[in-house]
Design a binder for this molecule. Structure first.
Ligand code: LLP
Length: 425
């Protein structure tokens, strides 16, 4: 995680900047991104997969600065909406390094993809094939991939498992849907099928399901060659690489994953007499999750029966993950030293429902009180990108820290922003 050091002016720091100072200067709740950590993680991926394309999954978190960092570190980008595409391209991301996903691409999404010239569109359902082909300009040709469901169950929670036929994404390997779609795509002169894609789930800490999926994908590539005489050049194995949200939790070992995937690919291709396709991976969480920290101010402390509730100035509108997936975080006190012994407390948000819990039953100093600051590590992925406007609480600002300086990347949503969107009607 974003490495915390102790700077000269005291208190935990990230990127050489004191977290308490950030809270004072930019107000709370606020999200802090360690630019060095993001870049380092991008480089670790490039080093682990030198022969592959590494595409950052923009859904985890996107901002113009993030786009620049990822571009400069040599990664591609996985997007799934016109919004993500426009932000990326207007921030200077090369469109040919962008891949568009989505199980229900809107006319706006497809229009933006073709206008901006994104590198690949990933076909997710049969009805898309003719739609995309019809949208390609005369004499144009769009590179596409087909998303396959390999029948592998993996992922940290039911809601983020996408490798089996009981969920909405992709085309089934088991019932022949993928094979059928592939032959239809091959029959479209406006579409160029570059390869196959699969994404089996998210927050996966085990290498095994990736290897099983990879073998099945290679098997399908061999069948495509046999049936159509076409050798597909690309295999995108998606993302889903798991990280630890609390000390001691398992995380996917990247070096092991890269080594075993490479070996499995070489072996599978040799057995099938296939040329080794160019591999791609699409990590989101593993690039940005550990590089982010959320800072909150304590607004109220209440003892109810056996429970101590510590209520902060954010909550499920900036982090819906505990409510959605039962994820457990490890908040801690910053900004002052406490000599009080630890006490079990439940950190809750400010929203109007009982399920607005950020961290149940965590150890915090016994003297925690209103005005204190709490930091929640590993907050960089799928928090701000899933933030809502619940209770018309404006979304937090995003601050980047690097080499001892802090700068704002995304400003806080103000009361004025909230008011102005509603035009009265
Ligand atoms: N590629 C595709 C096609 C995806 O659908 C996803 C994530 C990724 C790559 C990146 O997965 P990652 O490496 O970040 O695990 N909101 C949930 C996670 C949803 C993931 C959706 N797809 C959460 O907060 O855990």
């Amino acid at each position: 995680p974003a490495s915390t050091t102790r700077p000269a002016h005291g208190g935990p720091a990230v990127g050489g900047v004191s977290l308490a100072e950030i809270a004072e200067r930019f107000d709370t709740p606020v999200y802090v991104l360690d630019e060095g950590e993001v870049r380092e993680r991008c480089r670790t991926y490039r080093d682990a997969f030198p022969e592959a394309d590494v595409l950052y999954a923009a859904k985890a978190f996107l901002s113009r600065a993030m786009v620049r960092w990822v571009a400069e570190e040599g990664l591609g980008l996985d997007v799934c909406s016109a919004g993500e595409m426009e932000l990326a391209v207007t921030a200077g991301f090369p469109p040919d390094r962008i891949v568009l996903h989505g199980n229900a691409k809107s006319p706006h999404d497809l229009e933006a993809a073709l206008r901006l010239g994104v590198g690949r569109i990933v076909i997710d359902s049969p009805s898309e094939i003719a739609r995309i082909a019809a949208a390609v300009r005369p004499r144009g040709r769009q590179k596409v991939m087909v998303r396959v469901v390999p029948g592998v169950s993996a992922g940290g929670h039911d809601k983020i498992r996408t490798g089996t036929d009981d969920q909405k994404f992709g085309l089934s390997l088991t019932d022949g849907g993928a094979q059928h779609a592939i032959s239809r795509v091959l029959g479209q002169s406006r579409l160029e099928l570059t390869g196959l894609h699969c994404h089996i789930g998210s927050q996966i800490s085990d290498v095994k399901p990736y290897l099983v999926a990879l073998r099945r994908m290679v098997g399908l590539m061999a069948r495509v060659r046999d049936a159509h005489g076409v050798v597909l050049a690309e295999l995108d194995m998606g993302g889903g690489h798991g990280i630890a949200y609390r000390p001691g939790e398992p995380a996917l070992d990247l070096t092991t994953l890269a080594r075993r995937m490479r070996a499995e690919l070489a072996e599978g291709c040799a057995a099938a007499g296939l040329a080794v396709p160019r591999l791609a991976v699409e990590p989101g969480r593993a690039i940005v999750g550990p590089a982010g920290i959320a800072l909150y101010r304590v607004l109220a402390v209440k003892h109810t029966g056996e429970t101590v509730f510590v209520a902060v100035d954010g909550g499920m509108s900036d982090n819906p993950r505990p409510a959605l997936y039962g994820v457990r975080y490890a908040p801690h006190l910053i900004g002052r030293r406490s000599t009080a012994g630890p006490r079990t407390a439940t950190v809750v948000g400010r929203h109007c429902e009982a399920g607005d819990i950020l961290a149940a039953d965590v150890e915090l100093p016994g003297d925690i009180h209103p005005g204190d600051l709490l930091a929640v590590p590993v907050a960089g992925a799928y928090q701000l990108s899933m933030a809502s406007g619940y209770n018309l609480v404006g979304r937090p600002a995003v601050i980047a820290v690097h080499d001892g300086t802090a700068r704002m990347l995304v400003r806080r949503e103000t009361l004025e922003d909230v008011r102005n969107r509603d035009i009265g009607g």
